[in-house]
Design a protein around this ligand. Structure first.
Ligand code: DI6
Ligand code: FE
Length: 396
């Protein structure tokens, strides 16, 4: 396959966006074989090809932090919060994550899959080719495994890559209320062992927060992940700074996510460990947060920044990665180029993937073709999808 007469934002190389005008992309058995200015196309690759009529081509998008598998919804809680209750108050009143746990435990695998696919299809319609999906609404061994199986099934019925993350330390279930350490020892660790044994987890995450788990409580989970050879990542510094980011860095985490309350020292720690800062403006927006992540410090220390939807029924009921890009720019003052890198190159890094996220020879031919002239357009509009076509593994 040869795509001709395009503007290609490769997201690789030194030029802004790695942009090549008047470009062509040659694809062979699911991979990019060549990309460059059309006038430099090697004669061996020349063919009639398809005229892109000047359209923009980017790497297909990557949503590196989602909770798209869950039961029920939390619209009632949305109303409570609008009447003045805070996210923490709702959680402490038995709402929040724990209410989604009840609905997720009660749902069949097929029902969870059908529900998740509605959200996944919305992401695919925006040119997304890879999603990360977390467990964490089961909080018992069987339901945590059920969620991960459903997550894996998404990739069997849709053209999308799924990376699964075990998030057993997301909240303390009602039956363990006030007994965090016992929950970790008796449920979370055995569930992690079982998930790893069944090959259902690509990574391990935890929620480090006053309303969830402390650094000390999460340590045994991360130690077990290390033993099992699984990379870690952490929901850190979303509502307060309790040392999660530094802990993530110490464990060489793929990413620290949210990080609104991270400081310059945390940024330096992430730079040292090579971890990605995953920014989740949908949660910031939904919770009316005012503390913005330390973007300037991340830039200064060279911490790669990713953007994701955090799609979940409570703090970020959002299924648009393009909107996350827009919010990243409008709310966190990212540049449109940082926003696009955040859903391509840096999102791949946050998932430990090195075969996608840029357009370069040898990488997977996962591409998004847009009815757009300039890459900044992707972050600019609100609630509009300029996707023309998505190419997944070299195929439409
Ligand atoms: N942080 C979040 O934003 C989500 N999980 C987490 O650890 C919220 C999940 C929920 O409210 O259901
Ligand atoms: Fe999350």
């Amino acid at each position: 396959m040869l795509l001709r007469n395009a503007s290609v934002a490769t997201m690789a190389g030194d030029a802004p966006y790695g942009l090549i005008e008047g470009a062509a992309v040659s694809i062979d058995v699911g991979k990019v074989r060549w990309v460059g200015a059309e006038c430099d196309l090697p004669p061996a690759l020349a063919e009639a090809g398809e005229d892109m009529e000047g359209r923009l081509i980017t790497p297909a998008l990557i949503d590196c932090h989602t909770h798209v598998v869950f039961g029920g919804d939390r619209a009632g809680e949305f109303e409570m919060r609008l009447e003045g209750a805070s996210y923490e108050e709702v959680a402490r009143a038995g709402g929040g994550i724990v209410s989604t746990v009840r609905a997720t435990r009660a749902a069949s695998e097929d029902a969870l899959l059908t529900d998740a696919l509605r959200r996944v299809d919305a992401l695919i319609a925006e040119g997304v080719s890879v999603i990360e999906v977390k467990s964490g609404y089961g909080l018992d061994i069987e339901t945590e495994l059920k969620m991960l199986r459903v997550a894996r099934r998404i990739a069997t019925v849709r053209d999308i890559w799924v990376r699964t993350t075990f998030l057993g330390a997301h909240a303390v279930p009602e039956e363990y209320k006030g007994r965090n350490a016992a929950y970790i020892a008796e449920v979370c660790l055995p569930a992690l062992e079982a998930a790893a044994k069944a090959g259902l987890a690509d990574a391990v995450d935890a929620f480090c927060e006053g309303i969830a788990f402390s650094v000390e409580e999460i340590a045994p989970v991360f130690d077990r992940a290390r033993k099992l050879g699984l990379p870690v990542k952490l929901h850190a510094e979303q509502l307060s700074n309790i040392g999660g980011t530094r802990m993530a860095a110490e464990y060489g985490a793929l990413s620290a996510d949210h990080v609104e309350y991270a400081d310059a020292g945390d940024a330096a720690a992430l730079a040292k460990s090579g971890s990605v800062a995953v920014l989740l403006p949908g949660a910031f927006y939904t919770l009316h947060e005012t503390q913005v992540p330390p973007v300037a410090a991340f830039r200064e220390h060279g911490v790669p920044m990713a953007l994701a939807t955090d799609c979940n029924p409570g703090s970020s009921p959002m299924t648009s990665l393009l909107l996350a890009m827009n919010m990243g720019c409008t709310l966190f003052r990212l540049t449109p180029e940082e926003a696009l890198a955040g859903v391509t190159r840096n999102a791949a890094k946050a998932l430990g993937l090195d075969d996608c996220g840029v357009i370069a020879p040898g990488k997977r031919a996962d591409l998004a073709i847009w009815d757009a002239e300039r890459p900044a357009e992707l972050a600019y509009r609100i609630g509009f999808t300029p996707l023309h076509r998505r190419i997944f593994g070299g195929v439409e």
